[in-house]
Design a protein around this ligand. Structure first.
Ligand code: SAM
Length: 262
């Protein structure tokens, strides 16, 4: 396993924000630097995770979805997507993908699901949609002729425009049948532009490609799809379980959305 400890990695910095233990000194230093310019980053990470839980419950529950393809999965953090989905629908099948070898190193935790369901892990880069869509691991687990939920949570701010992110999303969507869903969460500079310029600089200086996006730019990912209410929203305002948590928009600094392919 080729774990590079000479430069920070986004999965490991995110693990630090979430209070995990699966990161190295270089990640801790970069994450502490982010925390010093943006103390909201831990709230941002936790609120993102809570959105993933609610979106997954909605998909497995109200939408009746039984197949999930989650790209940019991150280091396992309980509950993981398959645990949330299989609590609602024990027969749910999940394929996870991430390009960071550290996620592969811990992938076993992603592979223990219900006996009725199934999970698989693929080490892959979202910038190679064809490879992901043709992967045998994917086809052994998911049936692409049936609707599925495709999630890109907190991923596309690591895919700057030069990698044509909108075209990448389109390539994935085009491969899915009608009735499939796209779930996406994305960091935004909209509520604290100066802070996010600094945060983005810390990532790029650490060798991590990064580009945060405005609400309008995040909405573009959903072009041609039917957004489910409340549309592109702040994560804590997206179908909250009870009252909307009292969080500052600047601390959360994310746009999220869930949409159906017509
Ligand atoms: C901030 S974490 C989000 C984890 C999880 N999706 C969540 O929302 O809780 C971003 C993840 O995207 C992965 N990632 C970054 N660039 C990627 C790429 N080009 N292809 C696949 N995964 C990527 C990172 O390794 C990391 O695990």
């Amino acid at each position: 396993m080729n774990i590079d400890t000479t430069r920070p990695h986004p999965a490991r910095m995110y693990d630090y924000y979430l209070g995990g233990k699966d990161h190295y000194e270089v990640d801790e230093q970069a994450a502490a630097h982010v925390l010093s310019v943006f103390p909201g980053i831990k709230t941002c990470a936790r609120t993102n995770r809570a959105f993933m839980h609610r979106a997954t419950r909605w998909l497995a529950g109200e939408a009746g979805i039984r197949q999930f393809l989650d790209i940019g999965t991150g280091i396992p953090t309980e509950p993981n997507l398959h645990q949330v989905a299989q609590t609602v629908a024990p027969d749910a099948r999940i394929v996870y993908a991430d390009n960071d070898p550290i996620v592969l190193a811990y992938a076993q935790a992603l592979l223990h699901g219900t006996p009725e369901g199934r999970t698989a892990y693929l080490q892959a880069d979202v910038r190679e949609p064809e490879r992901i869509l043709k992967a045998p691991e994917l086809h052994e687990t998911l049936d692409l002729s049936q609707p599925l939920a495709l999630s890109f949570n907190a991923l596309f701010h690591f895919v700057p425009d030069e990698f044509r992110p909108y075209e990448l999303v389109r390539q994935f969507i085009d491969a899915l049948p009608s009735g499939s869903f796209l779930v996406l969460s994305h960091a935004t500079p909209d509520f604290a532009p100066e802070t996010w310029r600094k945060v983005q600089d810390i990532y790029t200086q650490g060798g991590i490609p990064a580009q945060v996006r405005s609400r309008q730019e995040v909405e573009r990912f959903f072009d041609g799809l039917e957004l489910i209410a409340p549309g592109v929203e702040e994560p804590h305002r997206w179908k909250p379980d009870g009252e909307v948590p009292d969080l500052s928009s600047a601390d959360v600094s994310l746009w999220v959305g869930l949409a159906r392919k017509p």
